[in-house]
Ligand binder design. Structure first.
Ligand code: TTP
Ligand code: MG
Length: 359
């Protein structure tokens, strides 16, 4: 898989705590709501977009917020309720894929590269689903890596939906102020401003060595980011249940040999991903949808966990040869399941060796 062809979605809830307060108490809708420590030394956790018009923002001392927005509604916050809403949102996202990295209470990345629908379709689905099930609006950003997907979700907040494509780079990045680069803190911004660097365009003029001199170890990362490069993987928390791919053909196929050929190509892709994820599988499943939209799926399992394509290939062939192709095929899918992490397998082997030695 070419790294530029990944499909990453970043989802971030709009004004999360304040929006939950507005949903639970409709009288607060459309009003400047500020959630935070209400003591005189407290700070703003977040505020509704109505309050942001007054210049109020996260981490601002409450006394200052009160000066800017005296008519605001100040709430100390209900963290159990926010946790509950957060769990609900992530559960909805998990219905789409387990390839999710949860970054904070209201923010996650999804890798939808191997899903059937387009990232745009899935992004819109996410917005609608979360709105319907929780009442909250989220901003969705889509791109081919995490850095750009996050930038895209911030692009037209609130209720945003924005896609950054390969061909938008570097033009779309150039005018952005350097504070927009995730990983650059306020101090670095000040330092760079002093030497006349304000935008990404300004920063693009510097070579890698100079960047490292200016920013230390972060320099290398920033050098890549501003060129639209970010090879970081999605770090999933939950175990994947399966890895698969499926495709609807542009023209229905009835040539059996052709179907076998395609199935083997899909298997190859899926095994590559399995190896990349450092996992082993046991079961191969094949799914076929016919031109009358009926569908069959069959699976077969090995005795052992492996990532060796040739074993899966034998099962695949066996499965296909036992399938009755009653009409033309419009969709073919190949999935591996019964997954374990590769190191688990190594541990199991280690245990056996241990037992042998004990005899
Ligand atoms: P954010 O996603 O940064 O902010 P937000 O959801 O309120 O607003 P938006 O995404 O539309 O810009 O943070 C999520 C929640 O985390 C936020 O609602 C409250 C909490 N939070 C704090 O408690 N303190 C902080 O300094 C920040 C930034 C967030
Ligand atoms: Mg948010």
């Amino acid at each position: 898989m070419n790294i530029l062809n990944r499909k990453i979605i970043h989802v971030d809830v709009d004004a999360f705590y304040a929006s939950v307060e507005q949903i639970d108490n409709p009288k607060l809708k459309g009003k400047p709501v500020i959630v935070g420590g209400i003591s005189s030394r407290g700070v703003v956790s977040t505020c509704s977009y109505e309050a942001r018009k007054y210049g109020v923002h996260s981490a601002m001392p409450i006394f200052q917020a009160k000066k800017l927005c005296p008519e605001g509604i100040y709430i100390s916050g209900r963290h159990d309720r926010y946790d509950e809403m957060s769990k609900k949102i992530f559960a909805l996202l998990h219905e789409i894929t387990d390839d999710i990295e949860i970054v904070s209470i209201d923010e996650a990345y999804l890798d939808v590269t191997y899903l059937y629908h387009t990232a745009e379709y899935i992004g819109k689905y996410i917005k609608n689903k979360i709105k319907k099930e929780t009442g909250l609006t989220v901003s969705v950003g889509i791109s081919y890596n995490k850095f750009l997907a996050k930038l895209a979700s911030e692009w037209d907040k609130p209720d945003g939906f924005f896609v950054i494509k390969k061909e938008d780079i570097p033009e779309i990045l150039k005018p952005l102020p350097i504070i927009k680069i995730h990983g650059i803190g306020k101090k670095t911004v000040e330092k760079l401003n002093k030497i006349g660097i304000y935008s990404i365009e300004d920063l693009l003029l510097y070579d890698l060595d100079t960047m490292v001199n200016l920013m230390g170890t972060m320099g290398e990362e920033i050098y890549e980011r501003i060129r639209g490069v970010d090879n970081r993987e999605i770090k999933t928390h939950s175990e994947r249940k399966s890895i698969g791919t499926e495709m609807t053909f542009t023209e229905d196929i009835d040539d059996f040999e052709e179907i076998i050929k395609r199935a083997e190509i899909y298997l190859h892709e899926v095994v590559e991903l399995l190896i990349k994820k450092k996992m082993l599988a046991k079961t191969v499943m094949i799914k076929i949808k016919f031109d009358d939209f009926t569908q069959v799926s069959r699976s077969k399992s090995l005795e052992v966990y492996t990532d060796d394509e040739k074993y899966f290939g034998l099962l695949l062939n066996d499965l296909l040869h036992h399938m009755v192709l009653k009409s033309k095929v419009r969709l073919l899918g190949v999935t591996l399941s019964g997954l374990i992490n590769n190191h688990e397998k190594q541990l199991m082997l280690f245990d056996l060796i241990g037992e042998d030695n004990g005899k």
